[in-house]
Every structure is written in C-alpha cells, then in structure tokens.
Write a protein that binds this ligand. Sequence first.
Ligand code: OAD
Length: 239
Amino acid sequence: MKKIVVLTGAGISAESGMATFRGAGGLWNNYPVEQVATPEGYRRNPGLVIRFYNELRRQLQDIQPNGAHLMLAELERRCGGNVTVVTQNVDDLHERAGSRHVIHLHGELLKVTSSRDPNNPACIRTLKPGEYEVKMGDRAADGSQLRPFIVWFGEPVPLIEQAIEETSRADIFIIIGTSLAVYPAAGLLQYVPAGAEVYLIDPEEVAVPSGRPVRFIRKGATEGMKELMNLLTAQKICS
Ligand code: OAD
C-alpha cells in the first residue's frame, strides 16, 4: 500500500470561504502580520490579537468543508488510512470532512492555551462547541491569560519533527493551496524521498523551493483534486 502525505495551506479552505493570507484580499493586507501573528504583537496589544482570532473562530462556525477536503478524506478511506494531512491551516475543515490523520503545524483555532507556556500540554484545551470567544481575564490552568493555540512567527513549530518523519516515508506527496512562503513547512519538500511523485494543486504559479520536479495541476483545490483522484485511480493507487 502506497503512503500518501498531503501538505495543505490556506488555498484549500478558500473555497469554503476562509480568506487566504497573501495576495489580493489576503488577511495580512488588512491585519498587519506583526500586530496579530507575533509574540511581540501579542505582548503589545493582547486584546487586539485575541479579538482577531475570536473573529476567525466565529467565521469558522459559518463555513463547511468543500469538495477538496472531502476527497482527501475519501482518499484516506480508500487507502486504508495510509494518508496523512500536514496542514498549515488552523481551521478544523479536514477533521470535519472526515480526515483522521491531521497534523496542524501552525496550531488550531478551536484550542486555547497559556500565554506563559503555550506548549504545556496541561494548559492546552479545546473550546466547547459554540464557545468561540476568549476574553481578556480568561485564565489558563497555570493562571496566565488564555491565548489562542496558534504558532506565531518567531515561535517554535513543535510538530515539524512528526511532519518530517511522515514526509520522509511518502510514496506520493501532494501540495494543495500554499504559497510555500513560510518555513519550516515549505522545507518539508526536501524530505520527500527521491523516487516519490510530487503533485501540486494551485490556480496560481508557485515557486517550488529546491527545484524538485513537481507535477503541477493548475486548478482550484476542488477541481484539482478531482483531476488528481482520476489520475490516482488510473494508476490503480489504492483501488
Ligand atoms: P498563502 O495565503 O500564502 O497562500 C495561499 C495559496 O493558495 C496561494 O498559492 C494561492 O494561489 C492558493 N489558492 C488561492 N485560491 C485557491 C483555490 N481555490 N484552490 C487552491 N489554491 C488556492 O497561505 P499559506 O501558504 O497557507 O501562518 O500560508 C502559510 C502560512 O502563512 C499560514 O499558515 C499562516 C501564514 O502567515 C501563520 O499564521 C503562522
């Protein structure tokens, strides 16, 4: 059975209605990244950062997984569970679509943690359904202000080791909807074994680091996944 690893970014959730980060209409055009996605920004104005993620969390309640999320979950079922999704996204759309093996490199919107020690497992908790608002004064288990469980720029990415381990065993590596602008996520490509096939689904040109040969499917996530599912079926992958 082939092992499939999928790296996803904001583009896969765009068709569900989540904004991407870069490009026209990207979140970082309206909210300066250094204000809302760095530890320094949080120290300067924690209320603003907490409100920003409350708003993203609220948006999440109104959107659904799209065809691309659903096809990845279907691929996992077809491949006897041998599909791992490594996502840079902080939404839960992969899980809601039915994917069981999801590594969230940049954290999860539906989790909150300590602002003193964000990776302390004792302080990380999942919000209850419908609970999307964190307030100034809400406390983590260690008594510090509760903050979003998001990896901000300049913070360590604790799950990268697990993602590298999965990637280094891939027979097929699929990239969907990421500008490959942010490391260490973009660097995962260098761990893909030499003989593995790499597919990249994105409607725009993406500069691929490391010059590795990649099969481009220049389409949106759902249309691109349909094409890829047909290609994999024709190659009798997991069929
Ligand atoms: P970007 O906003 O940098 O890139 C989104 C990619 O999705 C681009 O390549 C778009 O062309 C593509 N795209 C747009 N619409 C699409 C569609 N319908 N189908 C498929 N692709 C589409 O987002 P990421 O690469 O995910 O980190 O950004 C990586 C990280 O940077 C994020 O996780 C976030 C951000 O700063 C943190 O917040 C730590």
